[in-house]
Design a protein around this ligand. Sequence first.
Ligand SMILES: Nc1ncnc2c1ncn2[C@@H]1O[C@H](COP(=O)(O)OP(=O)(O)O)[C@@H](O)[C@H]1O
Ligand code: SF4
Ligand SMILES: [Mg+2]
Length: 335
Amino acid sequence: MSEFILEIEGLSTHYHDGKQILKAVDGVSLTLERGEILGVVGESGCGKSTLALSILNLVPYPGFIESGSIRFEGRDLLKMSKSELRDLRGRDIAMIFQDAVAGLNPILPVGDQIAEMMTAHGDVNKYDARRSALTLLGNMGLADAERLAGRYPFQLSGGMAQRVMIAIAMALRPAILIADEPTSALDMTVQAQILEELRRLRNNGVSIMLITHDLGVIAQMADRVAVMYAGRIAEEGDTETLFHRPRHPYTWALLDSLPRINQEIRRLRQVQGRPPDMTKLPAQCAFVPRCTKATNACRQLDSPPLEEIEPGHFVACYNPVYQPDPSDDEEDDDS
Ligand SMILES: Nc1ncnc2c1ncn2[C@@H]1O[C@H](COP(=O)(O)OP(=O)(O)O)[C@@H](O)[C@H]1O
Ligand code: SF4
Ligand SMILES: [Mg+2]
């Protein structure tokens, strides 16, 4: 059995934008290991949601998958028929979206939605499905599941809707959960509950791709992190390495404002400058205009490939930052 449950290779997903092509995902290779939480982080517009949607072939018009493969248990999801994919969605790979209320069926009470998902995909009768739905809602820390099950999505708060969405996603015990900004619209208490739930799922063997622009969430949750910039992976490695020894100037800029010792929850700060126009990406490194380490080589050569610079640590940069581990030099901070 491969250690990877999902293997994305050379994925490019583009949008038609008038006469131009917008390269939202541009040659991304990424693996999800069994039972891990992989964090995918990057500024708004860098292609995170497009990456997530590509996995289940759900990219909306005018988007299209230009090339690549996405293997799940040895089968390429991009080569599956519509009906094969439909069977797999939800049952093997579940997805939760940022806007949970919009992701729910407005005219069906939430208990029925969970039960329906189970009877449609699984071999269960209505009675058992209903009972499981109540258990799942209970597991989400939602008090009085019975009453909640009878409510319609518009009667729920954002936090409740998000948890219902997770309950639906979990109803079929999928192998993979893709969570796209699952907590960014929620207050801290609810966010903490949902993150706790995701952690519990991971501990039960679910492999999770957790997409967020929030480095605090990544620090708390992820086993490994992929940093995206302008449709590509800029850096990838285990969370400890990424936070203590980032090598890509973009990762460094993202982390720069995080408190070094107490990595409390912090929003992604603005990196100097603006993300590039994705319809006009240069052949060279897209970070050049914002990069404090850019050299002539960066301006002349094609965009740097993602290379393994130490075991499990990948960086796409011609001039990576070499910064000592911050935990080694805390006393020198003021000098
Ligand atoms: N439906 C769409 N049509 C055209 N362009 C889109 C569409 N969805 C996203 N994009 C563009 O693709 C790029 C990546 O967007 P997205 O995947 O949503 O990034 P993120 O989730 O990181 O914010 C952005 O430039 C965005 O404007
Ligand atoms: S390749 Fe050059 S411009 Fe791009 S991030 Fe590295 S140093 Fe900066
Ligand atoms: Mg998004």
